[in-house]
Design a protein around this ligand. Structure first.
Ligand SMILES: Nc1ncnc2c1ncn2[C@@H]1O[C@H](COP(=O)(O)OP(=O)(O)OP(=O)(O)O)[C@@H](O)[C@H]1O
Ligand SMILES: [Mg+2]
Length: 157
């Protein structure tokens, strides 16, 4: 079970990027950020903003839709960006090395419902929903680990 931490309205892509950078600054190896929400909800935009703020050397951050994972060298060490939409079988997750990465790297995972029973207990769950205005998104933050309590402060600041 995970617990509700906060709900925020992100009024524009820039707003989402700002929140992403604030979260990114606090990340450490072993942290897993799960990004849920429908197609076009803003998961990749959020992940790209996190990654670009942490990269050691500037580079493009493509959506991992077809590669399933992209890895980056960042100021927080290795960072994995996964998009599991096209995952066929959970056994592929072990082959990809994602289960090991959950231990040692910073991991951002789109379509995390595909993880099933290997969903890390210590992960934070971010759920993006389209808002009434074109550029608004509603973000719900849930976690069971106290690790993520700081997000409540960011969300209400
Ligand atoms: N407040 C906002 N936050 C994030 N993205 C926004 C916002 N407003 C508009 N957008 C736009 O919505 C789109 C979100 O696309 P994105 O690729 O991030 O979606 P996604 O959730 O990763 O979808 P998919 O499931 O296809 O991977 C982008 O074009 C982005 O510019
Ligand atoms: Mg995406």
């Amino acid at each position: 079970m995970h617990h509700f931490l906060a709900e925020i309205t992100l009024s524009s892509p820039e707003d989402t990027a700002l929140f992403a950078r604030q979260l990114a600054a606090k990340l450490a190896p072993g942290d897993v950020v799960l990004l849920s929400g429908g197609i076009g909800a803003g998961k990749t935009h959020f992940a790209r903003s996190v990654i670009q703020s942490l990269l050691l050397v500037p580079e493009d951050v493509p959506s991992p839709t077809f590669t399933l994972v992209q890895t980056y060298d960042t100021i927080k060490g290795e960072l994995w960006h996964a998009d599991l939409y096209r995952l066929n079988d959970p056994s592929e997750l072990v082959e990809l090395g994602l289960t090991d990465a959950f231990e040692d790297a910073v991991c951002l995972v789109e379509w995390p419902d595909r993880l099933g029973s290997i969903t890390p207990q210590n992960a934070v769950h971010l759920t993006f929903k389209l808002g009434d205005e074109d550029d608004a998104r509603h973000l719900t933050i849930q976690a069971s680990s106290p690790r993520w309590a700081f997000l409540k402060d960011i969300a209400t600041s």
